[in-house]
Structures are given as C-alpha cells and as structure tokens.
Design a protein. Structure first.
Length: 367
C-alpha cells in the first residue's frame, strides 16, 4: 500500500498543541521580569539660570528648578526710556566657562539711576547743612545769601513775566498752540514756587531755631538717608550674579544674553501614554538610551509625576520627571532618547493577564 493513514492523527495534533501551550504557560509563570513602561524623553539640567531681554529697556533673570518643579530667583530690571543700559560681561569670562554660585557675570549701568543718586546725595547734604545752621544759629553771611536768593528768584520771575505777557497775547490771537501755552504756564508756576521757597528759607533762617524745627530737620535727614540707601541698593543690584553654579553660556540662539546650567544633575522629562498613567511610581528605576550618541544606558530614578495631560499628534500623554547623576558630564542639555521605567518584578503570565484585562475593559468592552 502506497499510503497508510496515521491512526488518531487529529488527537495527537491536539495533544501536541495543548502540551506546547501548557509549557508556554508554565514558562511564562516561571520567568519573572520587571514591569516596564516606555516613552520618549528630553534631558535638561536640573537647574538653569538665564538673563534675557523681555523688550527694549526691560530684562529679567530667572532660575528654572526642575528638581523642585518651580521658578526661582525671578528678578526684572526695568529702565526708563531716556536712560541707556550697558551690559558688560565680567573680564575673563568666555563661552562654556564654569562659574560658581554668587559670581558676578555682568554689570548694567543706568544713567537715570546715576542721576537720581547724585540728586539724593545733594538733597541730603543740603538738609544736613540746614540742620547745622539751625543748631549753630544763622550767621549774617547766611542771611545775606538767603536775601540774594530771594532777589534772584524775583528777578527771574519778573524777566519771565515780560515774555509771558507776550506769549499770552499770541495765545489769545490763536497764533500760539494750546500745548505750547501750557508749557509757558507751567514755567510761570515753577518760577513762582522758586520765589516762595527762597522766602521760606529766609524766614526759616531769620526766625531762629526751635526744638520743633530741629526735630523736623532730623526727620527730614533720616528720610533722605533711607531714600539714598534705596537708590544705592538699586545700583548695587545692577551687579548681576548667578545664584547657581554650573556651565556658563553667552548669547545663545534662544536670545538669552547669559545662562548658567547646573549639569552635575540632569532631569529627564518622559512622555507616557495616558492609558499607562497608573504604572509609574515615584522612586522607580529608569533606563535611558540615546540612539546615535552612545550604546550605554543612563540610569536614574523617578522624581515626580505631573498628571496634567499633554496633547500631541500621537494622543494624550502625562509627564514623568526622572533625576540622573551626571558627575562625569556624559549627558548634555537637549539630548533626546528613549526611557524605560522599571516597576515591580512579576511573571510574564501576570503581566500578560493584566494587559489582556486592560485591553478588554478599556478597548473592547468598556463599561
């Protein structure tokens, strides 16, 4: 006979298939691996400080602390339009230099603050001299100077009144515009005030000192000293220091004038699909691979989880932040790679069953 059918062929096939399935199930129950979830990631410094221009005459400094998840050391430098601002980088600084926290990186010079400082110093010196006059009594030379100040102010007012009358006629004839006329009126009021001030100073110096006047002078001096200290502190703040240590970068492509990156510790921002948002837990291990950069893995731990949803073309994602040590400087800011978050070690069978149940409940038969 050329062909003899094999007895019980179907039964043997079913037994073989069942045996293979049982063997696969047993192996799946015996083999244990960590549960994992993967996603794309971006690696940035743990802390990044930058000085940037918001608009002409307005600058800001801020530290982006990814470890704490907040902005720190926020300061705005606002300069008036009439003044000019000159930023000069500290001598000896160059691109990719390493700086320490507290070092002066640049200095801003403001003409308006310089003028205001001189004005406050002059006012304080004048107030102190007035106090000395009140305490020592007015001398004849001082009174003579006060009288001459009155005569000078009155002479300026009288000379201006001639011009004022002429401009008033022009304004009544509608030859002079209202804007120009307002400036003449303002000038007249200023000259009248100068006369009143000169007379008041003469009265103050000629009537003698009283305890009330001396106390008022002390109060005025204390107020001027506080104003001078405030202006001086504003000028001192123009020495721009870095609040963090790290790698210095000058004038990068993003428009920042100065920036410092603390690259000894890096933070990976990992996008995880919303459907797997329940899997990452703070403290879990992370393995990161950067294709094309190196074959080795970078290891870290989950720092925190941001539950806010980020919508992309591939769907909704959450962001997991992981911290990685970078003492050897292998990682650089801006690196992109693939991260795997490792969870609890369970059997392949348990993981398959959980994934199967998830697909059934959420995709095929949702409640």
């Amino acid at each position: 006979m050329k062909y003899v059918p094999e007895p019980h062929r179907l039964r043997n096939t079913l037994v073989t298939v069942c045996a293979v399935v049982c063997l696969a199930v047993v192996l799946a129950m015996l083999i244990k691996i960590p549960e994992s979830v993967s996603g794309s990631c971006l690696i940035d410094p743990a802390r990044h400080w930058a000085l940037s221009e918001m608009r002409p005459g307005s600058y800001k400094t801020v530290t982006d602390d990814l470890l704490a998840g907040e902005l720190r050391h926020y300061r705005v430098y606002q300069f008036d339009r009439p003044s000019f601002v000159d930023f000069s980088v500290a001598a000896g600084r160059s691109r990719q230099d390493v700086v320490s926290a507290g070092e002066i990186l640049a200095t801003a010079n403001s003409t308006s603050l310089g003028i205001e400082l001189v004005e406050r110093q002059t006012e304080l010196a004048d107030a102190r001299s007035q106090l000395e006059i009140l305490q020592s009594g007015s001398k004849s030379a001082v009174l003579k100077h006060a009288k001459l100040s009155i005569e000078s102010a009155e002479a300026k007012l009288a000379a201006y009144l001639v011009q004022y009358k002429r401009q008033e006629n022009l304004h009544q004839q509608e030859i002079l515009s209202s804007e120009d006329w307002e400036s003449f009126e303002s000038r007249l009021e200023i000259l009248k005030l100068d006369v009143d001030i000169a007379r008041a100073k003469f009265d103050q110096q000629s009537t003698g000192a009283t305890p009330q006047k001396i106390q008022k002078s002390h109060t005025n001096i204390a107020s001027l000293e506080r104003e001078l200290d405030a202006v001086q502190s504003m000028i001192d703040a123009l020495d721009i220091c870095t609040p963090i240590g790290g790698q210095l970068t000058l004038q990068d492509r993003s428009g920042r004038l100065l920036s410092v990156s603390a690259c000894d510790t890096m933070v990976a921002q990992i996008l995880i699909p919303q459907g797997q948002a329940q899997k990452p837990v703070v403290g879990q291990s992370i393995q990161i691979v950067v294709p094309g950069y190196t074959d080795e893995e970078f290891r870290g731990t989950v720092l925190r989880i941001d539950p806010r949803i980020t919508l992309t073309g591939a769907g909704p994602f959450i962001t997991v932040f992981g911290v990685l040590e970078n003492s050897d400087g292998r990682m650089v800011p801006g690196m992109m790679g693939r991260a795997k978050i490792l969870g609890e070690t369970t059997s392949l069978w348990t993981q398959f069953r959980q994934e199967f149940n998830t697909v059934i409940r959420k995709e095929i038969w949702p409640r």
